[in-house]
Design a protein. Structure first.
Length: 118
């Protein structure tokens, strides 16, 4: 999933109240553009009692205000053997690689490399 855009949430993937399983996938250069102070989850946004499983997934070069790579809210998340690389925030705060708001998250053998802000 590459070079997608959206206004507010999850340019690559958006899930709410859903069970989402993603394996051996790349989310690259997905951006949220129209609301620079409120855009959530450039690569992916998962919210509202969702269950997310990520395995061997790469988030690279995505952009947002919060959670440029991955934005999580009130969900259950398991991330294994994944990479968050060079995801860029539009401002200097709120989780360049991953932003978590009240989710239960387990992360195993996962790398966060060179995530930051523009």
């Amino acid at each position: 999933m590459a070079e997608n855009s959206a206004e507010l949430y999850g340019a690559g993937v958006y899930g709410t109240g859903a069970a989402v399983v993603i394996s051996q996938t790349q989310l690259v250069s997905n951006t949220l553009s129209n609301h620079p102070t409120n855009s959530l989850g450039g690569g992916m946004a998962i919210v509202s009692d969702s269950n997310l499983t990520l395995h061997e997934t790469t988030f690279a070069g995505n952009g947002a205000y919060r959670g440029a790579g991955l934005y999580l809210k009130e969900s259950f998340v398991d991330i294994t053997h994944s990479t968050f690389r060079q995801n860029q925030l539009q401002t200097a705060m709120y989780g360049a690689g991953l932003y978590n708001d009240s989710s239960l998250v387990t992360i195993t053998q996962t790398s966060f490399i060179s995530n930051g802000c523009k």
